[in-house]
Design a protein around this ligand. Structure first.
Ligand code: AMP
Length: 467
């Protein structure tokens, strides 16, 4: 049987010329030849450390090309890569290590690479079946224990090939990589698209407006989260001219405000391509590269992905497809709960399909507010509030209330007059949907991927309506 190890697929697309650049750093470049060789040495080191096929290799490292090569080496030896957010504290990491029981836990990929120099590169990739496990991605779950989504070689390969095709990546592309690599967006979506085209990457350790703006001059594609785009737009140096070399700006991991999409187009003449994904399935839908990209919609299901809405026109999004994970690590009950009897994964996101087949997301099912017995979808209120004077961005949550069960409350980034804003929103929304209170903050709390942390907001303001 032919090996379906993802490493072989990626390496088969590396440029024939080993001197072709892979990582473009501030002061040097790392070629594809060097990446192959160092990955091979790291693979030999992993085996010397007793890492066997199926073993987990956990990594909580700063972002570096070496950390990427550790990921590739883990694939190459048939082991399972487990990236951990650098923000996790020791006690959080402790949970992941106990849960996943990795053979090796790497905290410094650069030093590991230095140590690997003494080893000869491993020549042959360890064969894997498509269904064999390639990675475990712990979800950033804000309630309960974090769950490890088990992604196979085939899950990752099919998704990477689909994206490479629909976004028309080629060897002429240069990807600006400013995302973290402990999350599917930076680790799988971005890296695999570059590797499948043998393309170079402008490699930034983290997002900084100045470095991104400088890097755009030699890049063709950037992938980002919405905060990247709002931060670029806040920089006057970011102009049509600085984006002139770019063919594509892609956005996802959190909702992109229509106002950001529009401001970006006004500034650069380019329409951001928004797509939707999650740890459990990598990318699920995308706006078209060549067709119309519509602000507020996350586009069409990827080739091979089936998508349905449960219980009515607007409801929970359920999916099936070759990139959908098989199970949560060592949580058979959780897994059973989140798949339907007929095998569809229940994403937990709420949305609707329009007559053209485009998906519109209206939030997470668990963020649904039930106020006085009525269902309130936060997104509907947020869209109205975001249009009002003084509001940069709003997050609508339900808080315990003695009369209503839950009361609709808006936490708003910006400044303004609470009573006036409530009155304005009443003019546009049914009374039960209008916020009972509006709280102003300088900045909404977000995680590393730019997602507003609603669970945290609910916790912070839980007693707002207590007598
Ligand atoms: P994660 O598993 O951390 O990548 O989080 C996945 C979740 O991010 C999804 O279930 C959605 O709730 C959200 N998400 C990702 N992309 C988008 C998008 N383009 N628009 C709205 N929400 C998104």
């Amino acid at each position: 049987m032919m090996s379906e190890n993802l490493y072989d697929l990626l390496a088969s697309r590396f440029p024939a010329d080993p001197t072709a650049p892979c990582f473009l750093l501030a002061d040097r470049a790392i070629s594809y030849g060097e990446v192959t060789e160092t990955t091979g040495r790291l693979a030999t080191l992993l085996i010397a450390q007793g890492v066997a096929p199926g073993d987990r290799v956990a990594a909580q490292t700063v972002k570096s090309p070496e950390a990427v090569m550790l990921y590739l080496a883990t694939l190459k030896v048939g082991a399972v890569y487990l990236p951990l957010n650098t923000a996790y504290t020791a006690s959080e990491v402790d949970y992941f290590l106990k849960d996943a029981e990795p053979r090796l836990f790497v905290q410094d990929a650069v030093t590991l690479t230095v140590e690997a120099a003494q080893f000869a590169p491993l020549a042959a990739t360890v064969p894997r079946a498509g269904s064999d496990l390639a990675s475990i991605i712990y979800t950033s779950g804000t309630t309960g224990r974090s769950k490890g989504a088990m992604l196979s070689h085939a899950n990752l390969a099919t998704n990477a090939l689909a994206l490479h095709e629909i976004w028309e990546f080629s060897k002429y592309d240069v990807l600006l990589h400013a995302l973290p690599i402990f999350h599917v967006h930076g680790l799988f979506v971005a890296l695999h698209c570059a590797f499948l085209s043998g393309a170079a990457m402008v490699w930034l350790d983290r997002f900084s407006e100045a470095e991104v703006i400088a890097g755009l001059a030699q890049s063709t594609v950037m992938m980002g989260v919405p905060t990247f785009y709002t931060r670029l737009l806040a920089a006057p140096e970011f102009t049509r001219q600085t984006a002139a070399h770019m063919r594509l700006f892609i956005c996802g991991s959190a909702p992109l405000l229509e106002s950001t999409f529009e401001a970006f187009e006004a500034r650069t003449g380019l329409r951001i391509l928004e797509r939707y994904g999650m740890s459990e399935a990598v990318i699920i839908t995308s706006n078209p590269l060549n067709g119309e990209r519509i602000a507020g919609s996350v586009g069409y299901p990827l080739p091979g992905v089936s998508l349905r809405i449960s219980g009515g026109e607007t409801g929970v999004i359920e999916i099936k497809g070759p990139s959908v994970f098989s199970a949560y690590w060592r949580m058979p009950e959780k897994t059973a709960e989140e798949f339907t009897a007929d095998g569809w994964f229940i994403t937990g996101d709420v949305g609707r399909l329009d007559p053209d087949g485009r998906l519109w997301i209206s939030g997470r099912a668990k963020d649904l507010i039930i106020s006085g017995g009525f269902n309130v979808y936060p997104k509907e209120i947020e869209l109205i509030l975001d249009e009002l004077d003084g509001v940069t961005e709003s997050a609508v949550i339900g808080l315990p209330h003695p009369d209503f069960g839950e009361a609709v409350v808006a936490v708003v980034e910006g400044a303004g007059d609470e009573a006036a804003l409530i009155a304005q929103s009443r003019g546009k929304l049914a009374a039960f949907k209008a916020p009972k209170r509006i709280l102003f903050v300088d900045e909404l709390p977000r995680n590393a991927m730019g997602k507003v942390q609603k669970a945290l907001l609910r916790q912070q303001h839980a007693r707002l309506f207590e007598a």
